[in-house]
Design a protein around this ligand. Structure first.
Ligand SMILES: [Zn+2]
Length: 406
């Protein structure tokens, strides 16, 4: 009898621990029966954590239909509707074979996906950024446990405040505000989430957060500042709300206090939450400040129609361009303060989106894939920052709008 060398035996054990996609195994659809899986369906729909009741097959290993154990529709999913099957957060790389009317594993899709992921991860690693891992149900449960522990700690820190916890599918709110206010906030946050998913073509029903996005909404400014001081040494902040994220886990916490005007408060909350979303989308790569602020203001005004702060800043930006014909040199870098510069960011984002929505998305996604912002602008629109300013200037009647000399 031949004996395997110890090294090969160890490699075999390690191999068995790797996900099927890495091992290059062909998934067996029959093993799905009784398992809890994620399904991406046509029409940008996503079913998270659904149990498979039975699997219909064609006799040659292809899948023709899945029956799901759930009360909501759909309970039966035809092969033609399935875009992807994920087991333990690992894609099975399936494709619909139209002439045979069945779903099969596609080695080509797997190869292409793995190549994309390794190339993107490599590019991101150069700036110490990473693709966010797909979270298993166990990882999500662990994240939620951590979130609840954190909230319990905050409740202990502020024993005099009467915090209550509220949840929607994507948000976990800890607040001492009246419940009616929190419900309105949650409604705005849920709309924001849908809107941002639509913008990035993320299927409806897919959760991008590390567990959920935590929101601390304080009734009093002093409580907000005390919380900021305790967790982020930022008790001196002039901001009405802040978004905090963790580069390791990707946890996002938004803290905010209720200003006198409820509309402005919800507007600011959605603005800050957009920063959190942009952090969590795809990778930890950062969207540059001008675009990040511009998009966050744009998202906030879309969700909270009466929030007019962003619109004022956009008008100020147009005035600034018309009067000065140049933009401060650091605009595309970190040198972007509040006021018209946020409006300028929104104006440029809207300008690009109006020019070509798909290319605009490509531009943003490219940055999250690790390309520098200007490289991504060049790849998607074929424009440099100088070209962008000139083209935008033309639109608002300023010939040769450009950056000021450094
Ligand atoms: Zn902001």
């Amino acid at each position: 009898m031949r004996r395997r060398s110890p090294i090969i035996a160890v490699l075999a054990v390690l191999g068995a621990l790797l996900p099927a996609s890495v091992r290059g195994e062909v998934p067996d659809f029959q093993t799905l029966t009784g398992r809890v899986i994620d399904l991406e369906l046509s029409g940008r729909r996503y079913l998270s954590g659904v149990e498979v009741e039975s699997v219909q097959q064609d006799g040659k290993g292809g899948l023709t239909e899945l029956k799901l154990k759930r009360t909501e529709e759909p309970t039966v999913v035809a092969a033609s509707q399935i875009m992807e099957i994920l087991v333990n957060a690992e894609p099975w790389d399936v494709a619909y074979v139209a002439d045979r009317k069945l779903l099969a594993h596609s080695p080509e899709e797997r190869t292409a996906r793995l190549a994309y992921e390794s190339e993107t991860a490599g590019r991101l690693a150069k700036s110490k950024k990473k693709l966010w891992p797909r979270l298993t149900a166990a990882a999500v449960a662990k994240a939620m446990e951590e979130h609840h522990e954190h909230i319990a700690e905050v409740k202990k820190l502020f024993p005099k405040l009467n915090f209550k916890t509220y949840e929607s599918p994507y948000f976990l709110v800890c607040s001492d505000l009246p419940e009616a206010d929190v419900r309105k906030m949650l409604k705005a946050l849920d709309s924001l989430y849908d809107e941002l998913c639509e913008g990035f073509r993320i299927p409806t029903g897919k959760n991008i957060w590390y567990g959920k996005c935590i929101i601390h909404a304080f009734a009093a400014k002093e409580s907000f500042l005390a919380w900021e001081e305790h967790y982020y040494k930022a008790g001196q902040t002039k901001a009405g709300g802040r978004a905090h994220w963790n580069y390791g886990t990707g946890r996002v916490i938004v803290s905010v206090y209720e200003s006198k005007q409820f509309t402005n408060f919800v507007g600011l909350l959605t603005h800050e939450t957009t920063h959190g979303f942009l952090h969590r989308y795809l990778s930890s790569a950062e969207i540059p400040k001008w675009l990040n602020e511009g998009v966050s203001d744009w998202a906030a005004e879309s969700v909270v129609a009466a929030y007019d702060g962003p619109r004022k800043k956009q008008l100020q930006a147009v005035d600034y361009c018309r009067q000065n014909k140049t933009i401060p040199n650091g605009f595309f870098g970190e040198d972007i303060e509040l006021g018209w510069r946020y409006g300028m960011g929104t104006n440029l984002a809207k300008f690009l989106s109006a020019r070509d929505k798909d290319k605009y998305r490509e531009f943003a996604v490219g940055i999250k894939e690790g390309y520098s912002p200007e490289e991504s602008l060049q790849r998607s629109f074929g424009l440099s920052y100088a070209d962008l300013l000139a083209a935008y200037g033309k639109k608002i009647g300023v010939s040769e709008l450009k950056l000021a000399a450094p």
